[in-house]
Design a protein around this ligand. Structure first.
Ligand code: 5GP
Length: 120
């Protein structure tokens, strides 16, 4: 079972406007902003507005409208940033073995150079 949601996590604070972020996109379901420590020439994080710990929590508990809205937002961010060609990578670290640091679901978008077989 997933840990209960901690509303003091850093992305919850960004959603509430308590700490700043370089926002690139926002709609009813999602917020997208630049990662503070980019690991590719372009490194954007997309988060759902709802309180979900991880991909596992989101996929189990979110409504169909939230899931559809979030996935469409990830696609829109990538399209608006013109990442579709030549391409980009999505990553959602989930839990301890994946090294998830922030306990609010975030999908990483990496782009801007050939990304190799895998990012650490
Ligand atoms: P995870 O390891 O959980 O998949 O990724 C967490 C990501 O959040 C890391 O890439 C890290 O650089 C980023 N991050 C951590 N704190 C902040 C912050 O305060 N602002 C922004 N914009 N990114 C953050």
């Amino acid at each position: 079972p997933t840990k209960p949601y901690d509303d003091q996590n850093i992305f919850a604070k960004i959603l509430r406007g308590e700490i700043p972020a370089k926002t690139v996109y926002e709609d009813d379901h999602a917020l997208a902003f630049h990662d503070i420590a980019p690991q590719a020439p372009h490194h954007i994080l997309v988060i759902p507005k709802g309180a979900y710990v991880s991909w596992d929590d989101f996929s189990a508990r979110a409504s169909d409208a939230e899931i559809a809205g979030f996935i469409r937002a990830v696609g829109k961010v990538a399209r608006e940033a013109r990442f579709v060609e030549p391409g980009y990578r999505l990553l959602a670290n989930t839990g301890v073995h994946a090294g998830q640091e922030v306990p609010h679901l975030h999908v990483h978008i990496f782009a801007g150079q050939p990304l190799g077989p895998m990012l650490a």
